[in-house]
Design a protein around this ligand. Sequence first.
Ligand SMILES: [Zn+2]
Length: 65
Amino acid sequence: MLDPEFRPASASPPVQSCCPQCDSELAVLSVIGGRAGSEYWAMRCTECGGIHLDIVRPAPAPHRA
Ligand SMILES: [Zn+2]
């Protein structure tokens, strides 16, 4: 059963695509729909195998810089 908020990975995901540890490519394992339209992107480094989780929000949050 797919989550209604599930969306497949697009060509240019608005998330980091490089491993912060070894600067290699990250492969998207899965995208999980979260609350308020946010998404959890589970990504695995193709080099060191590290798992990285990013929270992606569809709209810019009213956050002061
Ligand atoms: Zn890595």
